[in-house]
Design a protein around this ligand. Structure first.
Ligand SMILES: Cc1cc2nc3c(=O)[nH]c(=O)nc-3n(C[C@H](O)[C@H](O)[C@H](O)COP(=O)(O)OP(=O)(O)OC[C@H]3O[C@@H](n4cnc5c(N)ncnc54)[C@H](O)[C@@H]3O)c2cc1C
Length: 257
């Protein structure tokens, strides 16, 4: 069941030239019960109609499901985009309408042996939200592989946090840079796209699950590659970051004589 609520902007932080981390208070002492990986909708006005844009919640949740009173988002700008214009002009203290929770891009109760969590850009935020649950599963014997695709190092969102997590045995962070080389790469970092990494993995078809999130071309490309590798489709979870199609304007009513 979704709730409508107002969000007050309390903090912004540039993550790179094109991406901003937002923090909002949920107003009226409301709290949101959320499962890691879910998203919210922000409401905007377009041509006198209410339209929405979706954003994955980036908060690091205490466990798989949590009650939160603030909401963190990572938003990448799209030139001239409706939400881009609206959010980039928002000032601290201003309020925006939202509704949540949405989505099923979440960890299920089933314990897999290996979790491959693949992202481009802000598509990595669901895996930030899942951090504590993933650590819990690692303690229970699972292995986690975060594969993060970006053009250059500035696109490796929350890199420090993920690299800190990767100090835990069983948690691996693989950066895949398509236009730049890392200055101090680890054994796992590579040049190329996330698909370049996925090609190198020998999947255990009974015990591995793969999550794909972000750019639609990456999600489709990686999905086809994984299917070709024999991974059963239910073990490939997908979230594509697209805007809803623009609604057609109602045509004027004409009377034929
Ligand atoms: C489930 C879900 C979760 C999402 N989570 C996030 C998130 O956490 N962070 C985030 O930044 N975005 C996220 N998105 C994408 C987000 O909802 C918007 O689509 C995005 O912010 C662009 O909105 P806009 O109104 O600024 O641009 P729009 O007005 O929607 O688009 C303007 C123009 O740019 C094109 N366009 C739209 N997106 C892109 C793009 N990425 N690259 C190139 N051209 C584009 C459109 O086709 C259109 O022509 C998510 C989408 C979904 C479905």
């Amino acid at each position: 069941m979704q709730n409508n609520f107002d969000l007050k902007l309390i903090e912004t932080k540039d993550m790179n030239d094109n991406t901003v981390h937002f923090k909002f208070d949920i107003l009226n002492e409301q709290k949101l019960t959320l499962i890691a990986g879910q998203f919210i909708r922000l409401l905007f006005q377009q041509d006198g109609e209410e339209v929405f844009r979706s954003y994955s919640v980036a908060n690091i949740l205490n466990s798989c499901e949590d009650d939160i009173k603030t909401i963190e988002l990572a938003v990448s700008w799209v030139k001239g985009g409706l939400a881009t214009v609206g959010l980039s002009s928002m000032k601290i203290g201003e309020v925006i309408q939202a509704s949540a929770p949405y989505g099923r891009f979440c960890l299920t109760d089933k314990m897999w042996k290996r979790y491959f969590l693949v992202a481009t850009g802000t598509g990595v935020t669901p895996y930030r939200a899942m951090q504590n649950e993933l650590m819990k599963r690692i303690k229970q014997g699972a292995e986690v592989y975060i594969a993060m695709g970006a053009r250059d190092q500035s696109g490796l969102l929350y890199e420090d946090e993920f690299r800190e997590n990767a100090k835990t045995e069983g948690y691996h962070y693989i950066s895949c840079l398509s236009r730049e080389c890392l200055q101090c790469p680890s054994d796992l970092d590579l040049n190329g796209h996330v698909q370049t990494y996925l090609k190198t993995v020998e999947f255990d078809l009974d015990n591995d699950v793969v999550y794909l999130c972000g750019n639609p071309e990456m999600v489709d490309g990686a999905f086809n590659l994984l299917k070709e590798k024999g991974l059963p489709v239910p073990q490939i979870r997908r979230e594509k970051y697209v805007s809803p199609p623009k609604r057609k304007k109602k045509e004027a009513f004409t009377i034929k004589i």
